[in-house]
Design a protein around this ligand. Structure first.
Ligand SMILES: *[C@@H]1O[C@H](CO)[C@@H](O)[C@H](O)[C@H]1NC(C)=O
Ligand SMILES: *[C@@H]1O[C@H](CO)[C@@H](O)[C@H](O)[C@H]1NC(C)=O
Ligand SMILES: *[C@@H]1O[C@H](CO)[C@@H](O)[C@H](O)[C@H]1NC(C)=O
Ligand SMILES: *[C@@H]1O[C@H](CO)[C@@H](O)[C@H](O)[C@H]1NC(C)=O
Ligand SMILES: *[C@@H]1O[C@H](CO)[C@@H](O)[C@H](O)[C@H]1NC(C)=O
Ligand SMILES: [Ca+2]
Length: 544
């Protein structure tokens, strides 16, 4: 791989900690923490064992008076597109919120929109409800199954007011699948996966597919919003969130779910923000940077409103992306791959927590955490109950985030998607073993190891700067369909170790096979022409 701009040696650490002094400082801090850990080892060991064995129920509840929960989800926001990961893009609000709180640097999501949202809402892997293939498509009759219990439903049961502003993308072919029917008291936003930032119409004017159905996709509760043509969605959603914050009844705790449209395609940004990056020649890079900066400003405005209304001191604020940056858009440097791939660039996510309720603030957490963990974690801190929920794949990681306790999570099933194999069988694969058919698209993380199988988009490494791009492709056999990496030593996924450690490969395949035995078949209905908004007053919405 070519050296990155500046000619220095590629090292993962370099991107977080620019100076050697910082490295030395961190080493000293690490030694300090190791000594601290050692000093109170007996307590920690029994504590983490308790978490692992019974997850949530046996852990004593913190003395928290049901905090407000504000969850900001960015869309398609890349690992390297935030100030504190070394981006040239200015994100002052996100940077300071993150550095006051706990940065989650070993935090994972799903590689595409709907699955990340499904897991956030249910605490369960998609293999357990048949959504392992692709996203919820706007003209296919599917959605998050109605027997799945959602996070806002559980919070509402426990007395929370539940607000949602932004992108749903969890299904709407029947009314029962829509946000107000899945636990939200208030909904302002859109139902499909992407649209125009100003007209709020799907598809955007940039769509090249003439067969795509067209229509407005913006609602306030159940009603179409017809008077916001021309309001950029990041401004619109921030102001609607602030309106809900202002009108909130303080006798109840609040759950505000704020999945912004930004920075999903199409790349569109207001002129004033483009101006801030006028030195950047590449229009796409300039536009993307401007979109990120509006998002950052929106987060600043929302947190300011929480403070003004006296809600902040008792709020747990979480920021997360739903997947890595798309191939041609932002940057996941130094990670391999992008959105819609199971490489680290698709699934390793920007995320942090800010709250007065954190016991140890101003930290970087290296603990393994996954988006499915928010469900039990947030129910735990909200004194909520898990009664009536299905078996969870998520873990309660509050102590891990708040105090630095060991993570109860040691594994992440990134996905098993049998349909992806069927649609892209270009080679007749030799099976590695009969334990798990390695032509099937899957990936599993276990400890530091990660195994990928099947026909994977090969990814690559892209560094996007203000005035240059650098792109490096992996050099691999085209029919390769099994990879093993040690992610801790090789976070860039450059050195495939599958030939060197066949026993580990076999062990991981056995684990995949065990997960596969708990899976339900993927549900992937055909396109339905009745979804066409032209049949429903030019509005995207339920059609059955
Ligand atoms: C937490 O839940 C328990 C049992 O549902 C209830 O008795 C208690 O009052 C709740 N505490 C708070 C702070 O809401
Ligand atoms: C939205 O506004 C633009 C610019 O004013 C206008 O060209 C377009 O026709 C409007 N679209 C709708 C659906 O009203
Ligand atoms: C943030 O608030 C300022 C001041 O009210 C406003 O001018 C700006 O447009 C807001 N930005 C966003 C992204 O909402
Ligand atoms: C492995 O899976 C592929 C794709 O689903 C299928 O075509 C092939 O027959 C399977 N091989 C075996 C031995 O089951
Ligand atoms: C996964 O399980 C299904 C259903 O039991 C089975 O048909 C399929 O072959 C399994 N896939 C792999 C890759 O083992
Ligand atoms: Ca996304």
């Amino acid at each position: 791989m070519a050296p990155p701009p500046g000619g220095r040696r590629v090292s993962f650490i370099r991107f977080g900690l620019l100076h050697r002094r910082a490295v030395v400082f961190c080493a000293l801090v690490a030694i300090f923490f190791i000594l601290m850990q050692w000093a109170k080892l007996p307590i920690n060991v029994s504590y983490s064992r308790r978490i692992t064995s019974k997850r949530i129920k046996t852990v004593s509840r913190p003395a928290i008076n049901r905090p407000n929960i504000v969850f900001v989800l960015a869309d398609d926001y890349g690992w390297n597109d935030i100030g504190y990961h070394g981006s040239f893009i200015r994100t002052p609000n996100l940077d300071s919120l993150a550095s006051e709180g706990v940065k989650l640097e070993n935090y994972y999501v799903q590689p595409i929109c709907s699955p990340s949202r499904e897991q956030l809402m249910t605490g369960r892997y998609q293999i357990h409800y048949g959504l392992q293939h692709s996203v919820i498509m706007c003209d296919r009759p599917h959605g998050l199954p109605l027997d799945e219990v959602t996070l806002p439903q559980q919070l509402k049961k426990n007395g929370y007011s539940t607000y949602m502003v932004g992108k749903w993308h969890l299904g709407f072919f029947r009314k029962e699948y829509m946000p107000l029917q899945r636990g939200f008291d208030r909904f302002y936003g859109y139902l499909t996966g992407g649209e125009d930032y100003w007209t709020h119409r799907k598809p955007s004017q940039y769509s090249k597919d003439p067969s795509e159905y067209q229509g407005l996709d913006l609602r306030d509760q159940d009603k179409p919003v017809l008077d916001q043509n021309g309001t950029y969605s990041t401004h619109l959603f921030a102001s609607k969130a602030i309106e809900m914050i202002s009108n909130h009844d303080h006798s109840k705790p609040m759950f505000l779910y704020l999945p912004f449209q930004a920075v999903h395609g199409p790349l569109e940004a207001p002129k004033e923000y483009m101006e801030q990056y006028k030195s950047i020649e590449n229009t796409l890079v300039r536009t993307y940077a401007a979109m990120v900066t509006v998002l950052d400003e929106a987060v600043g405005n929302v947190t300011r409103a929480l403070k003004t209304h006296g809600l902040w001191d008792n709020t747990v604020f979480i920021f997360s992306t739903d997947n890595g940056a798309k191939k041609g858009k932002g940057s996941n440097w130094p990670l391999r791959g992008w959105k819609n791939t199971l490489w680290e660039g698709g699934v390793r996510a920007v995320g942090f927590v800010n709250s007065n309720l954190l016991e140890k603030k101003g930290r970087i957490s290296d603990a393994l955490i996954h988006i499915s963990d928010w469900f039990p974690t947030l129910l735990r801190i909200s004194n909520g109950s898990l009664t009536g929920t299905k078996p969870l794949d998520g873990f309660d990681v509050w102590n891990t985030i708040s105090t630095g306790a060991l993570s109860p999570r040691t594994e992440i099933l990134h996905n098993i998607d049998p349909l992806k194999a069927l649609s892209s069988l270009q080679f007749s694969y030799k099976l590695y073993s009969d334990v798990f058919n390695t032509s099937v698209y899957a990936a599993l993380r276990s400890g530091d190891w990660k195994l990928l199988t099947g026909s994977q988009d090969r990814g690559g490494w892209k560094h996007q700067g203000p005035s240059h791009n650098m792109f490096d492709k992996p050099k691999e056999q085209p029919d390769k369909h099994i990879w093993l990496f040690n992610i801790r030593n090789d976070p860039q996924e450059k050195n495939d170790l599958s030939d060197r450690y066949p026993v580990i490969v076999l062990d991981m395949l056995e684990k995949l096979s065990a997960y596969n035995k708990t899976a339900v078949p993927p549900f992937w209905p055909p396109r339905d022409p009745r979804a066409n908004p032209a049949l429903h007053g030019d509005l995207w919405g339920p059609w059955i």
